[in-house]
Design a protein around this ligand. Structure first.
Ligand SMILES: *Cc1c(COP(=O)(O)O)cnc(C)c1O
Length: 404
């Protein structure tokens, strides 16, 4: 690392809370699938800010919409109407087939908002006795970092010394429909689940799991809440990951790519009366639904469909997955994923995934390890075949390298 890079890293360490452990690269510019560091080295971004920059870095049309709106009006609060919120509602509802929308900012806020809404629905519509609503979640979930959410995490690091936590959550194994059937009681208001567990290491459910889940939720009048903050908006090769399963959630959570990485924008979408239970004064956010966020989200959604990014994710994802499967390296335990949400799980003897990510950085690829043994690969959805092949060459040479 050069002097200036060491400076940035040291200053961060000196002043910043040490709640991240970044790879040693200091980025200063991005365009499409590429990012550049302060020294001018170019990297293929295989993380896409955890899928927030699915549309590619600094997409010119989203940028133009943001700049144009920033010149006109940025924030009104919801005390007044603004001329971007209604068209945002209309466009996202048309795209996803939902009936109601609640705009928020971060993904965690969308999750919190959904939890509040399904509880309220449980008391006011389903008839659960006040204070007794139960929400079922899955082991190894990741739904964000707020206190409400980390309380039902099963990751010790995520929870340790942050309690006491809110009651009302039941944890079952992911991918086990029988466990869901057993966990449901008359007080169950919702099942909150990721279509593919991203942070857990890109864990896909067994085939048929979600159709069973859908049926159990319908039969028992339990709201199925799909957290599509990471899987949604084309990442898996369909607009929503639920489409792979042939089901529809009652409540869908979007975030991350909803702004193409320009701005925190999230949303709770529902196709029933869950959001209808919220009355004035019962929930809100100063920035939620602001005109700048809405203009950015509208452009981010438009380019996703207009520029064929979802189809491209399916096509390039298949090419990438096949290429990864063709790599003959005894470091690899399993390769998995859907669309451009991919992961390479290493054998325990291969050493920590972090080392491989550092080796990839030296070859011009930025990827992030998760859970010690897994390298996650999630480039922007605008990646081309040539770029996929370029990445595969470097992944192959890195994964066949012997580090021990
Ligand atoms: C990233 C993520 C969140 C949290 O989003 P933030 O914007 O970081 O609060 C929630 N759920 C899933 C599945 C995510 O990947």
């Amino acid at each position: 690392m050069s002097a200036s890079v060491i400076d940035f890293v040291a200053t961060e360490a000196r002043f910043g809370a040490h709640n991240y452990e970044p790879i040693g690269v200091v980025l200063s510019r991005g365009e499409g699938v590429w990012v550049w560091d302060t020294e001018g080295n170019r990297y293929l971004d295989c993380l896409s800010a955890y899928s927030a920059v699915s549309q590619g870095h600094c997409h010119p049309k989203i940028l133009a919409a943001m700049v144009e709106q920033a010149h006109r009006l940025t924030l009104t609060s919801r005390a007044f109407h603004n001329d971007q919120l209604a068209p945002f509602y209309e466009e996202i509802a048309a795209l996803t087939g939902s009936h109601k929308v609640l705009p928020m900012n971060s993904g965690a806020e969308a999750v919190e908002s959904a939890i509040k809404s399904v509880r309220k629905w449980g008391y006011e519509v389903k008839g659960v006795p006040d204070g007794h609503a139960e929400i079922i979640v899955c082991a190894n979930n990741f739904h964000g970092r707020t206190l409400g959410i980390v309380g039902f995490s099963t990751d010790p690091d995520t929870r340790a010394h942050f309690g006491p936590f809110a009651p009302g959550f039941k944890i079952i194994p992911f991918g086990d429909a029988a466990a869901l059937a057993e966990a449901i009681t008359p007080n169950t208001v919702a099942f909150l689940v990721e279509p593919i567990q991203g942070e857990a290491g890109v864990i896909l459910p067994p085939a048929g799991y979600f159709s069973e889940v859908r049926e159990l939720c319908t039969t028992n009048n339990v709201m199925l809440v799909l957290d599509e903050i990471q899987t949604g908006l084309g990442r898996t090769g369909k607009l929503l990951a639920e489409q792979h399963e042939g089901i529809e959630a009652d409540v869908t959570l979007l975030g991350k790519a909803l702004s193409g990485g320009f701005y925190p924008v999230s949303a709770v979408l529902s196709n029933n009366d869950v959001l209808g239970t919220l009355r004035p004064g019962q929930h809100g956010s100063t920035f939620g639904g602001n005109p700048l966020a809405c203009a950015v989200a509208r452009a981010a959604l438009r380019v996703l469909t207009e520029e064929g990014m979802i189809e491209n994710a399916a096509r390039q994802g298949a090419r990438f997955l096949e290429g990864l499967k063709d790599i003959r390296a005894n470091t690899i335990r399993e390769v998995r994923g859907r669309g451009l949400m991919l992961a390479v799980e290493l054998h325990p003897e291969a050493g920590r995934a972090r080392r491989y990510c550092e080796a990839l950085q030296a070859k011009g690829i930025l990827a992030k390890d998760t859970h010690e043994q897994t390298i996650r690969i999630a480039p922007p959805l605008v990646i081309t075949s040539d770029q996929v092949d370029w990445a595969l060459e470097r992944l192959a040479s890195t994964l066949t390298q012997d580090f021990s």
